[in-house]
Design a protein around this ligand. Structure first.
Ligand code: AMP
Ligand code: MG
Length: 333
């Protein structure tokens, strides 16, 4: 991070413009615990934006662990009891989460729920638990205990008390679904930003690349690197600086190391995943944050993840990166 120049974020501002029953942007803070915005560059029928709202509302209602009526809460309630029949949406996300848990050797682990609860991360009742409490949840984190049956469309947590939490992957899934919806309305290009989970849909008309700035985690108003992507590219960052609390002068962030069930401390300050699918980038960014560069290298060298890349920033070094795709370039700012 040698040039600490400030950078003008090139993503269009999220204006809410309405024009004769047509609009070009959507902003909502009602879903997925964050601000979700979709900015198009032409005006489209109001109906598209109503559909987007409906889509996010549905995804939120399926995945919200704080809502006892959500499908994810139901899966958790039936842990150790019986498989739960789920919607296509929840099945896809659980199935993808299991694949990323496997390839990341559990750095991304969807069964992190009990540890997330203990630290009060999703309820925002943050607290530092005692050592015994932390020990007591460690045996409740193991993705091998989750079965997703494709034929039956069921999800089963085999161990009683274990909980899944899809907060590290659901925003990416929502972005992919929203992009698909844009396609059905023949939208040519758009910028989707779901709480920092960016999806750059389509191509820019002049053929120039989409540019996304990656923040310097130590100086949040500065951009340390720039990702240039030609077409349909997701850029997702997991950062310890995004959500954290302080207790007795120590900062605790929201990404948990499944091994220790404590906020992960490995020197990584932020991890960005880039690639064609937002659900994969979302899960990978969390995995890269926990597993660091060695894990990121291992994953992007495997066939299924060959179109993905990473940018990892640590306290001790300048950023480290490796981007395989021809669609993407990363430069230092
Ligand atoms: P992200 O900001 O996408 O990295 O996701 C962080 C969210 O994912 C947290 O708020 C938790 O809900 C959940 N989470 C935390 N640690 C992990 C982990 N190691 N694996 C999977 N999900 C996690
Ligand atoms: Mg994530």
């Amino acid at each position: 991070m040698k040039n600490k120049l400030t950078f003008v974020f090139l993503i269009v501002p999220f204006l809410f413009i309405s024009c004769r029953g047509k609009r070009n942007s959507f902003v909502s803070s009602d879903y997925l615990g964050t601000v979700c915005s979709v900015s198009t560059f032409d005006n489209y029928p109001q109906e598209l934006f109503v559909q987007l709202d409906g889509l996010l509302k549905k995804i939120d209602s399926l995945f919200d662990v704080n809502n006892p009526g959500s499908e994810v809460s139901r899966i958790n309630r039936f842990a150790g009891i019986e498989p739960v029949k789920v919607s296509r949406e929840v099945f896809v996300v659980v199935d993808t989460a299991i694949s990323v848990a496997q390839i990341s050797d559990g750095a991304f682990d969807l069964t992190i729920g009990s540890a997330v609860d203990l630290w009060g991360i999703n309820s925002r009742n943050y607290k530092v638990p005692g050592d015994e409490e932390v020990e007591s949840v460690r045996f409740l984190v193991d993705f091998n205990q989750v079965e997703a049956d494709r034929l039956k469309g069921t999800v089963f947590i085999k161990k009683e008390g274990m909980k899944i939490d899809l907060g590290g992957i659901a925003k990416g899934y929502a972005a992919d679904c929203a992009a698909e919806l844009l396609g059905t309305y023949k939208v040519k290009r758009a910028v989707l930003d779901f709480g920092g989970n960016i999806y750059l849909y389509g191509k820019k008309p002049d053929g120039s690349p989409w540019r996304t700035g990656i923040k310097n985690p130590l100086e949040k108003n500065q951009i340390a690197a720039v990702v240039d992507g030609k077409e349909n590219i997701s850029v997702v960052t997991s950062g310890g600086y995004e959500r954290f609390f302080e207790s007795d002068g120590t900062k605790y962030h929201h990404i948990i190391d499944p091994e220790t069930c404590r906020p992960c401390e490995n020197g990584v300050l932020s991890a960005t995943a880039v690639g064609p699918s937002s659900i994969i980038c979302d899960a990978l960014s969390t995995a890269f944050f926990v597993g660091g560069e060695s894990l990121a290298q291992k994953i992007i060298r495997t066939e299924a993840y060959r179109d993905y890349g990473y940018i990892i920033m640590t306290a001790s070094e300048n950023y480290r990166l490796d981007v395989c795709s021809e669609n993407v370039m990363v430069s230092e700012n």
